[in-house]
Design a protein around this ligand. Structure first.
Ligand SMILES: [Zn+2]
Length: 159
């Protein structure tokens, strides 16, 4: 079912791959740089393993330099549009402006508590402003973090 990649990921079955179109990677980095030093967030839409487009979602956290919290109405609207288009949420992305592109303890806890363990988690780090780093992960229902391989149009993505 489109839009229903929400849960059901079990860690350790296989090395996960996510394809993110180059244009989408560019849009994600642009979003992160625009919001810097605040964290940006949003969703990547497409199939279960291929992100074809991006929707920005407002970060409504009270501490946006360190946290993100997706506006629930915007998130629901994005899910509805994805459903209508026969798509699903491939990934949830956000930026880290002071830390590495790795899910924080809070990120992991939020993923587990929200039961959004189906999509990938994509992190953009701006620790080096001139060289943003993009990495993707799966977060299991039990909070286990596994890095996924990012591929893009044609060749492997290396950040
Ligand atoms: Zn984070």
């Amino acid at each position: 079912m489109a839009g229903s990649f929400r849960s059901g990921y079990h860690a350790g079955l296989r090395l996960a791959h996510i394809k993110i179109h180059r244009k989408v990677i560019g849009e994600m980095i642009a979003h992160a740089l625009e919001e810097d030093p605040l964290e940006c967030c949003g969703v990547l839409l497409g199939s279960e393993t291929e992100a074809r487009r991006l929707e920005r979602i407002r970060n409504v956290s009270e501490d946006r330099e360190r946290r993100y919290s997706m506006d629930p109405l915007e998130q629901a609207a994005a899910e509805q549009r994805a459903d209508a288009a026969g798509e699903g949420i491939t990934a949830i992305y956000h930026s880290h402006t002071y830390t590495q592109a790795y899910p924080s303890k809070t990120d992991v806890r939020n993923a587990v508590n929200s039961m959004w363990t189906g999509p990938f988690y994509v992190l953009v780090s701006l620790v080096e402003k001139t060289r943003p780093v993009v990495r993707a992960f799966r977060i299991s229902d039990s909070g286990e973090v596994t890095e996924a391989v990012i591929t893009t149009d044609g060749r492997a993505y290396r950040s």
